[in-house]
Write a protein that binds this ligand. Structure first.
Ligand code: ATP
Length: 353
């Protein structure tokens, strides 16, 4: 019998709470209908908790997630009532850096022709996966100000790229390509301008590429990538890139999928607990109105099911999401009129068959 899989639930802030509420219903329906041994562990963390008692990310919560859980479902973090966003930084970086989740995997897959914004292209033209390095780059927060607040002010953020960090994300991307029958890999960098840091990326990538002769390995500068992905996304299959560029190009990618409400992600390392989150933020402008699209969360749960070993479920959930778009039972950001709850109900009803 499969061991019970423990899933930490962190709704977070804003629309995170709304989409995770639907995500929880989806998980409970999967448990009930398919008999998956899932245990959900709810955590009260986010802006409300911080404003109530000053707690951001306590060690005991982190310990439970790291040592007892198999997966974490996170909604989104960020609240205008906490201008410093200290809670968001502590929780998100505490998980990504603290658990060394160095692979941020973001599929850029357009599921329906109606969502494809490019003239002359269909949904079939957009199906690639971005591997974003998740623990280095400019996100390490090393830097400082000099003469702050004066006309001579200097502000510095260091960009950290280690051989170990670059190597392991490249290898993870190649391993994924092999395991998923993907044939082409691009490294996206700015090695012409960042002659040291991104030269390391390019050199390391092509060294590792020699171990994967079955994969066609290519290079693009990030500016060229941005132009080419809009001109013809079908040339991309798997893309590996640094933390900052991964952040930027996956928002561009989300626009090719139908928007942030359709973009899923996983933060992982080869073994241990992995963190799953829809790519979008807490969207304070639409929070609490029932307008948030929960489909990115449903797709994210699909990725989680694969990681937990429930094979076939990701494909089934993806088909349900496609059906929601097809039937127009979706939120207004993807052309429907339904509310968050209604879309969640549609997904659960389809799981029930
Ligand atoms: P962050 O800085 O936390 O990444 P962001 O500034 O990228 O956040 P988001 O909160 O992700 O912004 O959202 C940007 C806009 O996209 C929102 O204001 C909202 O209108 C829209 N949006 C994002 N996610 C969704 C969603 N799930 N459903 C509907 N609209 C969404």
């Amino acid at each position: 019998m499969t061991k019970t899989k423990k899933i930490a639930i962190l709704p977070g802030d804003g629309i995170g709470k709304e989409v995770v509420a639907e995500g929880v219903r989806v998980l409970e329906t999967l448990r009930e209908v398919r008999g998956y041994p899932l245990e959900l562990v709810h955590f009260d963390l986010g802006a409300d908790r911080y404003l109530r008692d000053g707690i951001t990310f306590p060690d005991d919560a982190r310990g439970v997630m790291e040592h007892e859980c198999d997966a974490i479902l996170l909604g989104a973090l960020g609240d205008p009532r906490v201008p410093s966003n200290v809670h968001a930084r502590d929780i998100l970086f505490g998980l990504r850096f603290g658990l060394d989740l160095y692979c941020n995997v973001r599929p850029v897959i357009c599921l329906h022709d109606r969502l494809m914004p490019l003239k002359g292209r269909t949904s079939k033209d957009c199906n690639f996966v971005v591997f974003r390095e998740n623990t280095e780059g400019i996100y390490v927060s090393i830097g400082g100000h000099f003469k702050k607040g004066t006309p001579d002010e200097i502000a510095i953020n260091e960009d950290i790229n280690t051989r170990k960090g670059v190597e392991r994300i490249c290898r993870a991307a190649f391993d994924y390509a092999v395991a998923h029958g993907r044939r082409r890999m691009h490294v996206v960098d700015k090695s012409n301008a960042m002659a040291q840091a991104h030269e390391l990326w390019k050199r390391c990538f092509f060294e590792i590429a020699r171990e994967y002769p079955q994969i066609e390995s290519r290079h693009q500068f990030v500016d060229a990538f941005c132009m080419n992905v809009v001109r013809d996304p079908s040339q991309f299959d798997v893309v590996v890139t640094c933390n900052l560029f991964g952040d930027i190009i996956t928002d561009l990618g989300a626009a090719l999928q139908g928007g942030l409400g359709m973009a899923a992600s996983m933060n992982a390392r080869p073994h241990g607990v992995a963190l799953f989150e829809p790519v979008h933020g807490s969207a304070p402008d639409i929070a609490g109105k029932g307008l948030a699209n929960p489909l990115a969360t449903v797709l994210t749960i699909g990725m989680m099911m694969t990681r937990l070993g429930f094979t076939g479920e990701e494909q089934r959930l993806t088909e349900i999401v496609r059906a929601s778009i097809e039937a127009g039972i979706c939120t207004r950001d993807v052309g429907g009129t339904a509310g968050t709850r209604e879309v969640g109900e549609f997904v659960c009803a389809r799981i029930r068959g």
